[in-house]
Design a protein around this ligand. Sequence first.
Ligand SMILES: [Zn+2]
Length: 465
Amino acid sequence: MINKKSSGSEWYNEIIETASLVDKRYPVKGMNVLPPYGFKLVSIVDSIIREAVNSNGFEESMFPMLISRDQLSVEFEHVKGFEGQVFWVTRGGNEPLEVDLALRPTSEAAMYPMFSLWIRTHSDLPLKLYQIVNTYRYETKHTRAFIRDREIHFFEAHTAHADFDDSERQMQEYKQIMKNISQKLCLPYVINKRPEWDKFPGSQYSLAFDLILPSGRSLQIGTIHQYGENFAKNYDIRYSDPAGERKLVSQTTYGMSGRLIAAIVFMHGDDKGLVLPPYVAPIQFIIVPIPGENRNLAKYSTRVLEQIASLGYRVRLDNRGSYTPGFKYNDWEMRGVPFRIEIGSKETEGNFITIVPRNTGKRSKIQISELQNSLASAVTTLQDDLMKAAEEKMREMTVQVNDIKNAKTSTGMIRLMWCGRKECADKIEQETELSCLGYPQDDSGEGKCVICSLPAKPAYFSRTY
Ligand SMILES: [Zn+2]
């Protein structure tokens, strides 16, 4: 296994394939196969997202993958923003199509014509929908599984509100939802307001959830966008208010992708392989029997398996006869299973199990009678440990610099004073090869721009994925 610290990107490329999260041998560039273990992980993250948005009044829906050129062209900034990235379907069989069809790069143009039919009066608002589908973008940069794919596993929420204030409330709700999701994934982040030139095409402003990975590069794991009335104007999405007046709705969106998987892999993994937080792990407990004198081993192991399963955990018994326990330990550690359970003669006779958390590797005993409480507390402890470790890594990788020279030689999320003007950001980007992430939302510092010395606020710059 490649060393993670010294070669983060190669480590990532290797581990996602060795651990069966993805098979990159599919013969279409930027499109990968998810084998069962990887698909299960993706599905669990999806279900965490579903639970979080459903409990906030969102409803799941499904819109077509193909969008006509006319539909896509309705909002000018939006279509311009995706111009170079759209896959086009231009033929049906041997016939050229009358109208070219785009594979959705995102679904505004698929959804909003329907919103304009569905929304009639103020009682139809707020409308809060989402879908989890694949989207398609013709990426010309180097593709990387889960980070920059041409087929993207995508969560997108779209809302419509009676006025701007209500859509601003929605933006706050998104932040709470993200907090809830990220705690389960053990992923800390900062919220950055993207600069004007990097906001979502057609939006008023965009906030991004950025985390800084141990490699020193930042990864955007989610974005929320305030559209105001911009799309509503173009797609004619109006409602009658209580006085009968026709008004435009105000809209927001929230997007996340397979990058959440990349963040989990990158943030928690080590030289032995993946480390998966218990909440997301496809297998939370792996039972490895250690063959010995005791004849009850098989029966006892099965009993433990059934008991743990009955508590609602994802558990598996590794019965593969042709492998040694040592081989199995390494194999499941590499796949990031949060807990190994060892069962040998002592355990069978003493009516207990030996449990080994993936992060510490420290063995401890749990009596069968204590299983329920002890497993629950082991899960909580591991979740907490991973979150704390990730927060610590983020802190280590966040660097305050006072001048452009120091920015050049530092790695991580660089905090520096920036006046907000594009010409200064361009200069910083050129000299440091970092990208402007924008202004963090929870930082009220003040100072002078590192380029022009005008009054400035702290901004983040980093290398990005
Ligand atoms: Zn400046």
